[in-house]
Design a protein around this ligand. Structure first.
Ligand SMILES: Cc1cc2nc3c(=O)[nH]c(=O)nc-3n(C[C@H](O)[C@H](O)[C@H](O)COP(=O)(O)OP(=O)(O)OC[C@H]3O[C@@H](n4cnc5c(N)ncnc54)[C@H](O)[C@@H]3O)c2cc1C
Length: 452
């Protein structure tokens, strides 16, 4: 029977980086995916990623057929479309990818580094014995079941988290993610008759009426192609995102006579990362660990950060002996205190936006209660104070919509509080329970204050 040092479950962005990192360090790695080799990398996505991720991860920037277009920033429209913010900055400079070609490159790099691929192989469940994960049970295309054993399993199966959901509760890993923390999305890649006015900017439209709890987007791709999609929070009674896109967005004259190149629906978690992403012999990365930016839903970059950190930690643990939960814990600490703190702050910002109606958003953007700089800082995960502009001050002389101002101020404070809490993530499993209780109570306070 085959025994690997590391089994990577899922060959998405997170899984491929984990496999490549471990294989480059000399580990015997197996990467498993349900898709055929040639289809790996195909994913319903907005296809946008910041350049900084490539620099931080030491990855070659997208080139040739991987690159649809470079982007210089984003435009954010108010619900009435009367106000438009153009947000540019070093951290918003990036790329629109050909997702399939990029995924194929990541897979090739993992295989070239020495990882073995089992494609067309469905992962059924983890093999857990005496509280330790020793591998996975798979089913291949002809229906035969196999045990694949390894010293550590990296769960990177994306949103549906095939392995995480089947772990035993004594590992202290949350099996479930609440629907309110998930966006249901539908997106198409379309060919337009005319190019967009400014194909260097990604367009984001905020409107509770059309995309409650989310937004809709038009991202320029190569030539006259666009990536157009709509996401809604999965709160009771949420509308069908495809129907909303067809009814409210694709009726815009810009789409007149356009044709569909690709289409599909998928989900994205929009919350802070899981409280704990390791157990004995198991680590979780990417969407399966909720490593996604809760504001814009960007998850390729953080999944690759997670994949790299997880592999680095596993390499160290296996050098020392066994991949126990204690040996793997530092992966939690490194991810949660850094990118996790940013996600937690942005989750608060997300709750704030989800509880502002269109009228309040129109008003807030018109009077620049939130400036472009605030949006940039907030999206980067920095501390935000929501500086009040002169225009806003004048507007508030008449004390109209004073409640919005108070809510913004409260949100900025709560974002700083939750970030500080995430920076205090415990250095050992022993501190987890206390930290969890504190975090839950802080999140309760946040939702009570912002949902009012
Ligand atoms: C509509 C939409 C728009 C988005 N836009 C953006 C964007 O513009 N920028 C951005 O950065 N992110 C975006 N995201 C998020 C981004 O796509 C994900 O966060 C990212 O792909 C996560 O990578 P991952 O490696 O965790 O999982 P995935 O890329 O989902 O990979 C998981 C892999 O596991 C395999 N798998 C799953 N289950 C099994 C099983 N049981 N057996 C075998 N194999 C299995 C799958 O085949 C897949 O290859 C968007 C998401 C959606 C839904």
């Amino acid at each position: 029977m085959n025994h690997f040092d590391m089994i990577v479950a899922g060959a998405g962005t997170g899984g491929c980086i984990a496999a490549k990192t471990a294989a480059e360090a000399g580990l015997k790695v197996c990467i498993v995916d349900a898709k055929k080799k040639e289809a790996i990398g195909k994913k319903i996505c907005g296809d946008a990623i910041g350049q900084h991720h490539f620099h931080n991860l030491g990855l070659k920037e997208p080139f040739n057929n991987e690159l649809e277009r470079t982007m210089e920033g984003i435009e954010i429209y108010s619900p009435d479309k009367q106000t438009r913010y153009v947000v540019k900055g070093e951290k918003l400079y990036g790329f629109i990818l050909n997702r399939h070609a990029f995924g194929q490159r990541l897979l090739k790099e993992a295989i070239d580094a020495g990882a073995v691929l089992h494609d067309s192989t469905h992962i059924l469940e983890p093999i857990v014995e005496h509280g330790f994960t020793h591998g996975i049970i798979t089913k291949n295309y002809n229906g035969s079941k196999n045990d694949l054993r390894g010293s550590v399993v990296v769960e990177a199966t994306g949103f549906f988290a095939s392995i995480r959901k089947k772990l035993q509760p004594d590992m202290a890993i949350d099996a479930r993610v609440e629907n309110k923390d998930v966006e249901a999305c539908y997106r198409e890649i379309r060919h337009l008759k005319q190019p967009l006015d400014d194909p260097t900017l990604c367009q984001i439209y905020l409107t509770q009426k059309i995309s409650p709890g989310g937004y809709y987007w038009i991202f320029p791709e190569g030539g006259n192609k666009v990536n157009v999609g709509l996401g809604v929070a999965m709160i009771e009674g949420f509308p069908n995102p495809k129907e909303q896109l067809y009814k409210e967005v694709l009726t815009d004259p810009v789409f007149h006579d356009s044709s569909i190149i690709e289409k599909g629906a998928w989900f994205v978690p929009t919350r802070r990362p899981l409280d704990n992403m390791v157990g004995n012999g198991i680590m979780i990365v990417g969407d399966a660990a909720c490593q996604v930016n809760p504001i814009h839903g960007g998850g390729m970059g953080p999944s690759m950060i997670g994949g790299k950190l997880a592999a680095d930690t596993a390499i160290e643990a296996l050098e020392k002996g066994e991949a126990t939960q204690g040996q793997l814990w530092s992966y939690n600490v490194k991810y949660v205190r850094d990118y996790g703190a940013k996600q937690a702050g942005l989750e608060v910002f997300r709750i704030l936006l989800q509880h502002m109606d269109d009228e309040a958003l129109n008003y807030g953007m018109q009077y620049r209660l939130l400036t472009e700089e605030d949006v940039l800082k907030a999206s980067m995960g920095g501390n935000t104070y929501f500086s009040i502009t002169e225009k806003a001050r004048r507007a508030f002389k008449g004390i109209r919509r004073f409640s919005i101002l108070l809510k913004l101020r409260a949100a900025a404070k709560l974002m700083r509080e939750i970030r500080a809490q995430y920076k205090r993530y415990p250095t050992t499993l022993k501190g987890l329970e206390k930290w969890r209780i504190e975090t839950r109570s802080l999140m309760k306070k946040i939702t009570e204050k912002l949902e009012k």
